[in-house]
Design a protein around this ligand. Structure first.
Ligand code: XAI
Ligand code: MG
Length: 572
């Protein structure tokens, strides 16, 4: 039996203690509080549970386990929901403009509920690529004891006839099947078979896409419990993780351990290092910049470049590799790789974690790389990397004076020079690719898709998957002021800043121009003379915000550049 009175209640005590707070207690009694509960710290369970997506459909059940853990440790859990939207459904539609916007809505909503109701701490539970950074932004802003719980990864799907499970399917398989169908390599029945088999149940998209990337980042940052990112959505391990997370928040409260004690500059470096080694999504950069801004930790685009110079690409994970997160779970998850990185001096071992242990302490019992089964090739050995330097390239040049982000693994080469084929929106580009307008040697340019111009910086998964599906992945590059899905692969450069709508030079590219991308020198340029460049810039009339009303209008007005994490509260 815990000594209830000894657990600090810095915020809820203001709300529920004393005769003058009887009205608040009265309201809380009606939602299940008993006399004793007013002596307990109130811990929010902020959940993104929803029927809308497989990533979040099981989070209500998991939340129950978090509540159990909180209550058993002497806290009073209080549940609330936040929204979520899913890129897997909105992708390629106008609805996708709300995707990155939802990160801000989720952050704002969690901050609002926790601060308004006086919760002493929180667990936040999410499983989709924006609800995870959204929750982390709120946690960083609030700086109250908190643990992030990842909903866990989905299992792969398999087509009938694939009895040895040699061709695991996931959501990206369906996007790429659309490209194959357009090329005539897959008939209607084949496309429908992929559609029906790819998503077999609950859990986040299965490759090292954005959700699994962010889960790994948050664990490496110390803000979720050890080994919780490489976990299946369904199963005992995840349920136990939720219970332990509930108890961990109460322990943080007792020990006066707060998120910003954990989310230091070094912790962000750990998160970057681990995700670069795993082969993470370009969205990592956008989201970590935003979380760092919320935590008031200095972190800039070029930090990814500096760290990337010493971090090899080791994970052979989808979209560019062979395996899913569920395969990685089976061989022991990310911890042995983390231990190897620690032993090689690439991780800061003295960073604190929500477990109450430092990173080095939490890895003390983990065997290094050798803990993986000998025959595995999911995480490459240190001396046989897939690529010696990171696949996430920070590029600059006359096309991206403020920076751009490329996901270039080397599988499609490290250099591309080709002919611009310019599209003013994602839809136009997709139709152009599916129609066969885009051919070998082209650089597809998709503009007016930035945070302001879209607005909302849509993910270009439909076009990149269509390029892959049409068999052009080695022959075509794609550049945009929008961003990419974690499922995009190929010679892709996004986050081009300044964006076209704000007068960025991606807006002056004309079809037929030559574009050069060098992923070794980290440059991206349009090869026109300085005079032509200057004349086009002088004549250029940027479109400005893509919306002026409602949430998109508010977002377009407030949002910062993608190179600054596309946050909405900078310089207020
Ligand atoms: C739909 C996906 C693959 O989940 C995407 O949203 C991502 O960014 O990873
Ligand atoms: Mg996404």
């Amino acid at each position: 039996m815990s000594d209830l009175t000894s657990i600090p209640r810095p915020h809820s005590s203001v709300v529920v203690d004393g005769n003058d707070r009887a009205a608040a207690r009265s309201m809380l009694r009606a939602v299940g509080f008993e006399d004793d509960d007013f002596n307990k710290p109130q811990i929010a369970v902020a959940s993104a549970a929803s029927d809308m997506t497989p990533c979040n459909v099981h989070l209500g059940d998991l939340s129950e386990h978090a509540r159990t853990g909180i209550a058993a440790a002497g806290g009073k859990p209080v549940y609330f929901n936040t929204i979520t939207v899913t890129d897997g459904i909105s992708m390629g539609t106008q609805g996708m403009r709300y995707s990155l916007v939802s990160r801000e809505v989720i952050a704002d909503s969690i901050e609002t509920a926790v601060a308004a109701e006086g919760f002493d701490g929180l667990v936040a539970i999410g499983g989709c690529d924006k609800n995870m950074p959204g929750a982390m932004i709120a946690i960083a802003r609030l700086n109250r004891p908190a643990v992030f719980i990842y909903g866990g990864t989905i299992l792969p799907g398999f087509l009938a006839g694939d009895e040895h499970h040699e061709r695991p399917l996931d959501i990206v398989s369906v996007f790429e099947a659309v490209g194959k169908h357009a090329k005539g390599e897959l008939d209607d029945a084949g496309l429908k078979a992929v559609e029906k088999a790819a998503i077999p149940g609950p859990g986040s998209c299965g490759g090292m896409y954005t959700a699994n990337t962010m889960a790994s980042a948050i664990e490496a940052m110390g803000m979720s419990l050890p080994n919780s990112s490489a976990q299946l959505a369904v199963g005992e391990e995840k349920r136990k993780d939720c219970e332990r997370a509930g108890a961990a928040v109460v322990a943080m409260l007792k020990n006066d351990l707060k998120p910003r004690d954990i989310m230091t500059r070094e912790a962000f470096e750990n998160a970057i290092t681990v995700c670069l080694a795993l082969g993470g999504s370009t969205n990592l950069i956008l989201h970590l910049l935003a979380i760092a801004h919320a935590a008031e930790v200095p972190l800039a685009l070029d930090d990814f470049k500096t760290i990337g110079e010493r971090v090899p690409l080791l994970g052979d994970l989808k979209p560019f590799g062979k395996y899913n997160m569920s395969h990685l779970v089976r061989i022991g998850g990310i911890r042995p790789m983390m231990k190897m990185l620690l032993d090689r001096g690439l991780l800061h071992g003295d960073c604190m974690t929500v477990s109450g242990q430092t990173m080095a302490e939490s890895l003390a019992d983990v065997k290094p790389y050798g803990a993986y089964p000998t025959e595995q090739d999911i995480i490459h050995p240190w001396d046989q990397p897939i690529k010696t330097e990171t696949h996430l390239r920070v590029l600059r040049g006359n096309l991206a004076p403020d920076g751009a982000v490329g996901k270039i693994t080397g599988k499609e080469g490290l250099y591309f020079k080709g002919t611009a084929k310019v599209y003013e929106s994602e839809e136009d580009a997709l139709q152009g690719i599916l129609r066969g307008d885009v051919v070998k040697g082209d650089v597809v340019v998709i503009r007016n898709e930035g945070p302001v111009g879209g607005p909302g910086m849509r993910e270009m998964l439909s076009p990149t998957a269509a390029v892959a599906g049409r068999g052009l992945i080695k022959d075509v590059a794609l550049i945009t002021d929008g961003r990419f899905s974690g499922g995009s692969h190929g010679f892709d450069v996004g986050h081009i800043t300044p964006e076209a709508a704000n007068g960025g030079p991606i807006g002056i590219v004309a079809s037929g121009d030559t574009i050069e991308i060098d992923a070794v020198k980290n440059t991206i340029s349009v090869l026109i003379s300085d005079d032509v460049y200057a004349a086009r810039m002088a004549a250029f009339k940027p479109r400005g915000p893509g919306a002026t009303r409602g949430v998109l209008g508010k977002y377009a007005k407030l949002v910062a550049s993608a190179s600054e994490g596309a946050v909405t509260d900078k310089g207020l």
